[in-house]
Ligand binder design. Structure first.
Ligand SMILES: *Cc1c(COP(=O)(O)O)cnc(C)c1O
Length: 423
């Protein structure tokens, strides 16, 4: 079958060798999925998910049983008092913008103790001038960079927390930065430290790409809000749109008023028939995340064995589903991404090339053959064409598809004469 799909015997054999050594790692990933599947099932059973939850609502969406139950299920799984989970939250950036603007008022200060936030947050905060940014509304921003080596600068954080510090934002995943992603335990230590400095400060975690990677979530270790996108991990590949905010009742209530309107809050918002995919996607998410994690670990080990620097390293623990591979040249990035694209279930016939993109200084190459546009829980890869010529890749709705994508990326590198397999 692999030969029919375009993978040579040599590439297949090399992949099989790498895979054989990963059995203990995969068993560990399966144990986490086993636990998290139980967590989601328990939440669904506790809140009596039934066929009535799948009915479509329209207009105002008053008394939407499905919507209300889905939010209770998310809150139960994340161990929070409340949750806002809506198709009206259009993406991760939107969810984060709602959480921030709902809980920060003019004169407040926002603090990031983990360095620069994700690119799209720069305009939300006003780090890059932007219409309707928090800055325009009188919310100031401070940031404390990580120490060399990626540790938290606790003294710097203590000094930065002041009278106006109202909310602390912590990004779990590295995004496109080179720092490591943080474990839930590390995030818990940082939150505890911040709350010792200022007991009433709110702590929000950007949980994108982190859901179900570990046994616990940041909401288990003191976060007041955890925020993410449904076209990443928790949508399980089925959610066609949406975002979530899980947290304390006080925080989530404000988010609901900000999302709809003061006075309306959580009571409006029709589900438009999306409930089956939002429930079923959440049900599948723990195993989908496990498949994506296996793909990331496989790629890290495969490319590490060929001598390429990879972040995280092949043997390292995972705190998100992102894998970076430093390929060292534009030609290698192009070959890698063309391999990922060729392995896709959708648009496998398309050929990605680097091109100019809004918001980027360098040309960017992107591979994505997804059922849901822009869904990055589906197998996808991208990167800016600049040293160290790293591709970031993530996702894979099944481990077998992730594996094929990675083998195809290697096949294209071999075909282009950019990699020679060890004999
Ligand atoms: C993807 C991502 C976002 C933004 O989510 P979008 O759905 O792309 O708007 C924010 N933070 C992190 C860490 C992310 O990975």
């Amino acid at each position: 079958m692999y030969r029919q799909l375009g993978v040579s015997a040599a590439v297949y054999g090399f992949g099989a060798e790498v895979e054989a050594a990963l059995a203990p790692r995969f068993a560990g990933i399966d144990r986490v999925a086993d636990y998290n599947q139980g967590k989601v099932l328990h939440a669904m059973q506790t809140h009596r998910v039934g066929a009535a939850c799948f009915a479509a609502t329209t207009g105002y969406g008053y008394d939407d049983v499905g919507r209300g139950t889905l939010e209770k299920v998310y809150a139960a799984a994340f161990h929070t008092e409340a949750a806002l989970v809506r198709p009206q939250i259009t993406c991760g950036t939107h969810a984060l913008a709602v959480a921030l603007s709902a809980n920060l008022r003019p004169g407040d200060e926002l603090l990031s103790p983990v360095g620069r936030p994700y690119d799209t947050l720069e305009e939300v905060i006003g780090i890059r001038p932007s219409q309707c940014s928090l800055k325009e509304y009188g919310v100031t921003y401070r940031q404390v960079d990580l120490l060399d080596g990626g540790a938290f600068d606790y003294e710097g954080v203590r000094a930065a927390i002041g009278e106006r510090t109202r909310l602390i934002t912590i990004q779990r995943s590295k995004g496109y930065a080179t720092r490591p992603s943080f474990s839930v335990a590390q995030i818990g230590e940082l939150i505890a430290f911040c709350k010792r400095c200022k007991p009433d400060v709110l702590c929000m975690v950007d949980n994108c790409y982190g859901e179900f990677v570990e046994l616990e979530e940041p909401s288990d270790v003191g976060a007041d809000m955890v925020v993410g996108s449904l076209i990443k991990n928790p949508g399980g590949g089925l959610a066609p749109i949406g975002g979530y905010i899980c947290g304390t009742r006080a925080c989530v209530e404000r988010c609901a008023y900000r999302l709809s309107a003061p006075g309306l809050g959580q009571e409006v918002g029709a589900n438009l028939g999306l409930m089956p995919s939002l429930f079923q996607g959440f049900f599948l998410a723990p195993t989908v995340v496990a498949g994506a994690l296996k793909g990331a670990v496989f790629a890290a080990n495969l490319y590490e064995r060929l001598g390429f620097p990879v972040v995280p390293g092949g043997a390292e623990d995972r705190h998100d589903i992102i894998q970076a591979v430093e390929l060292g040249s534009e030609a290698a990035m192009v070959a890698f991404c063309q391999g990922i694209q060729a392995a896709a279930p959708v648009d496998s016939f398309a050929t990605p090339y680097p091109w100019a993109m809004p918001g980027y200084d360098d040309p960017v190459i992107m591979a994505a053959g997804a059922f849901i546009q822009g869904s990055s829980i589906e197998l996808s890869a991208d990167g800016p064409i600049r040293p160290p010529y790293a591709v970031y890749f993530q996702g894979g709705l099944t481990w077998y598809h992730a594996k094929l994508g990675i083998l195809m990326s290697l096949q294209k590198l071999c075909d282009a004469g950019l990699v020679t397999l060890p004999q």
